[in-house]
Write a protein that binds this ligand. Structure first.
Ligand SMILES: C[S@@+](CC[C@H](N)C(=O)[O-])C[C@H]1O[C@@H](n2cnc3c(N)ncnc32)[C@H](O)[C@@H]1O
Length: 427
């Protein structure tokens, strides 16, 4: 006999194309395209889940791992209220700026054009690229305090960026316009850097990028921002609230009412990707973070953090937080432990954190609610880790029933890896 399901099972989320799951589905879409975060998901996925859940303006959607605000942005322009949480201050800024409601686009256009013109005037006074290093030596105080900035940008590009940074810090404008200017600048930092998106994480190219003319690149980015705001002017819209915080404490971050009727989200996958590491140029460019120590703390507090200080935390033995976690993960961590204790500790910390998070989600959800968690599995020393099933087991403990797990697509990076959406509900 076929299994009885509580909800309509269509559409299926299996066999999806790369564009329907990953960041690639957003790079041609207004506002979504302002900044590329490779491990972020396709707006189409958020839309399809909203359809599947039959969400309306009476719902409240939570995304506790906002990233670049994909879920909130999609919900906003479908008229569905949402709230999101993000621990990384730069990504929180991106989510907030993208989901804000802007009026008087003509004023925004004048301000952004004026900024580009002032930059062009200052730019014309900069020395030629081969004198950039001497100029940088004289302007050391304005170089963003990222470790080894010269590795990120060749001298001619860094000189222009420093000039741009100085202007952005001094430029007087309405705070919302100023944020849009900063968003535009932050959106071009990687394209003009020596780093490349050849892998999930940024890597440095073999050859540094030669000097490019930042005036044109900036003007194009700022006009893209204006065009995109114009494109969404007549769409219906709902409130989207972005909170800066740690989703291990969801209940103390969100207001007590209204409660959440659906969760659509994607936590970090347990694959050692570091969001703090990936966003270092941006974190430091406009002082979203004070110093390297603070980056280490961010990484340690984040779920799945692994880089810098977080690695030393993982070097000490980490025990499963309770017997359920032990039961769910020990078949895998025991096998991983044979090859490396650090990785076994990493997996244990990851699921201890997911357990804390799930308990908090249970507090903020309505009695009846539906959940969609997008997550990828991993492999450690060739040992597969079924993250989707373990996550479902943890949420079941907190009172959510598993509806189904749809494995959406195979990942190309390694055999046996996939991304899944875990559908759960509470009745
Ligand atoms: C897979 S990404 C989410 C991408 C998002 N769905 C999008 O399309 O932009 C996971 C996000 O969770 C954030 N994060 C990690 N630990 C967190 C925590 N404890 N609380 C809140 N956010 C956290 C990371 O900084 C990252 O932005």
């Amino acid at each position: 006999m076929s299994q009885l399901h509580l909800f309509d099972l269509e559409p299926t989320f299996t066999e999806r194309s790369v564009r329907e799951v990953t960041f690639q589905g957003k790079m041609g879409l207004p506002i979504h395209r302002w900044y590329r975060l490779t491990p972020s998901f396709s707006p189409k996925l958020a839309w399809d889940i909203a359809d599947y859940f039959k969400l309306s303006q009476r719902d409240l959607v939570l995304d506790p791992f906002s990233g670049v605000g994909t879920v909130s942005l999609c919900m906003k322009y479908r008229g569905i209220p949402s709230c999101s949480i993000e621990i990384n201050p730069y990504l929180c800024f991106v989510s907030s700026v993208k989901t804000r409601t802007y009026r008087k686009i003509a004023d925004i256009e004048s301000c952004l054009t004026a900024f580009a013109e002032v930059f062009a005037r200052r730019h014309s006074k900069l020395p030629r690229p081969h004198d950039a290093q001497a100029w940088l030596n004289e302007n050391r105080d304005f170089i963003p305090p990222i470790h080894n900035a010269e590795r990120w940008w060749s001298p001619g590009n860094l000189m222009q960026l420093v000039c741009l940074r100085r202007l952005a810090l001094e430029f007087e404008a309405d705070p919302e316009h100023r944020d849009l200017i900063r968003m535009g600048i932050l959106g071009i930092l990687v394209p003009v850097s020596n780093a490349k998106h050849n892998h999930v994480s940024l890597t440095f190219a073999d050859k540094p990028l030669p000097t490019v003319d930042l005036r044109g690149i900036l003007a194009k980015k700022l006009s893209q921002i204006v065009d995109d705001l114009q494109a969404v002017q007549n769409l219906p819209r709902a409130e989207a609230t972005i909170h800066f915080g740690n989703s291990k404490h969801v209940a103390s971050i969100l207001p007590r009412r209204p409660k959440v009727s659906a969760v659509i989200t994607s936590p970090p996958y347990p694959n050692r990707f570091s969001y703090a590491r990936e966003t270092r140029p941006h974190l430091f460019f406009f002082d979203f973070i004070a110093d390297a120590r603070a980056v280490g703390e961010l990484e340690t507090d984040a779920i799945g953090g692994t880089w810098g200080k977080a690695t030393s935390v993982l070097a000490k033995r980490i025990e499963p937080g309770n017997s359920l976690i032990a039961q769910l993960i020990s078949p895998y961590t025991d096998a991983i432990n044979g090859s490396g204790e650090l990785m076994a500790n990493y997996v244990t910390k990851y699921f201890n954190d997911i357990f804390a998070h799930a308990g908090e989600v249970a507090k903020v959800c309505k009695k009846r609610c539906r959940l969609a968690y997008v997550i990828g599995n991993s492999k450690f020393y060739n040992q597969p880790l079924p993250s989707d099933e373990i996550l479902a087991g943890i949420f079941e403990h907190h009172g959510f029933a598993l509806e189904r797990i749809d494995r959406m697509r195979k990942r190309q990076s390694k055999r046996g890896l996939h991304e899944a959406v875990v559908f759960m509900h509470r009745q």
